[in-house]
Design a protein. Structure first.
Length: 305
């Protein structure tokens, strides 16, 4: 069963933005609109309540409403849900609170506890993930995001050990320099997927035989991201590298300019309904917005509209 499920991680996953209007209100109707559009693209799936989903800006009731919306709207796409909390008890309690959607959720993504960063030793992290995996009714993915998690990371040796757990299906790595170590320690096996968590490392992962990644640019360039990954799978490595370089240059001018603010601005330009970040994060100013628009025009990204 686990090997079959891991086929659902091959390709590109959208770390879905959470839409808020100008008043900061969560807009589930906009979110469902975006899901329906992603359903028509070549991406493998969506991840709800990740970093790009501004999950720290949502309360648990809002989080559950997003999960419910995704569960009914994600179609045939893989669905990953972020559930990590600052204690084992709270993480398991949140998982328990969404079990009504167990048939729709393929994986839960678990960010390590990190407020007490110095206490998060390798053995503590190992025990945390084993307890969560033992009790979760849904397969789990380890989630590495040191920039947003007080620098806490799971050592490669611990990842290799956790990969043997029957309910731990893989890892999403958003660090700048650890993907190769994770691939060497736990990659290459059919029952554990090492996913790139950023476009900056996805080609590294593919060249090491990785399955793809969960990349923010897929929010607004879903087919472009999926296409370059598929070219790599098909053995067209040179073409994939060229496409990757071109796409990276465009991302830096558009959705990658300033975190979630530019990601949402780019989505809005291209017909998605992302709204604005939740305060205190500021949206792009007028000059920044015009620069994003100009770069999209120059790249002919409005030709389908």
């Amino acid at each position: 069963m686990r090997t079959t499920l891991n086929e659902k991680l091959k390709g590109v996953i959208v770390p879905a933005a959470t839409p808020f209007d100008d008043s900061g209100q969560l807009r589930l109707d906009w979110f469902e609109h975006n899901l329906r559009r992603w359903n028509t693209t070549s991406v493998r799936g969506v991840m709800v309540l990740g970093t790009n989903g501004e999950f720290r800006s949502l309360n648990d009731d809002e989080s559950r409403s997003l999960i419910a919306a995704a569960a009914k709207t994600h179609g045939e796409k893989t669905l990953i849900v972020g559930v990590g909390r600052e204690s084992t008890r709270l993480t398991l309690a949140f998982i328990d609170s969404v079990v009504e959607h167990v048939e729709a959720i393929d994986y839960v993504s678990v960010l390590p506890p990190h407020y007490f960063a110095k206490a998060m030793t390798p053995e503590v992290l190992r025990e945390y993930y084993i307890e969560v995996a033992d009790r979760s009714p849904i397969p789990i993915l380890l989630y590495i995001a040191p920039e947003y998690a007080n620098g806490v990371m799971i050592p490669p040796a611990v990842v290799a050990s956790l990969a043997d757990h029957p309910n731990i299906a893989g890892i999403k790595d958003t660090s700048t320099d650890q993907l190769t170590s994770y691939l060497l320690s736990a990659g290459g096996r059919e029952d554990f997927s090492v996913l790139a968590g950023t476009m900056n490392t996805i080609m590294t992962g593919l060249l090491f035989g990785g399955p793809g990644g969960v990349v923010s640019a897929a929010n607004y360039f879903p087919d472009e991201c999926a296409h370059l990954v598929q070219m790599s799978f098909d053995g067209h490595i040179g073409e994939a590298i060229d496409a990757y370089a071109d796409l990276q240059r465009l991302i830096k001018l558009t959705g990658g300019r300033r975190g979630v603010a530019s990601l949402k601005a780019c989505m809005n330009e291209l017909g998605y309904r992302a709204g604005v970040p939740r305060r205190p994060v500021r949206p792009l100013n007028n000059d920044e917005q015009r620069a994003v628009h100009a770069a999209l025009v120059a790249a002919n990204k409005f030709k389908l509209f």
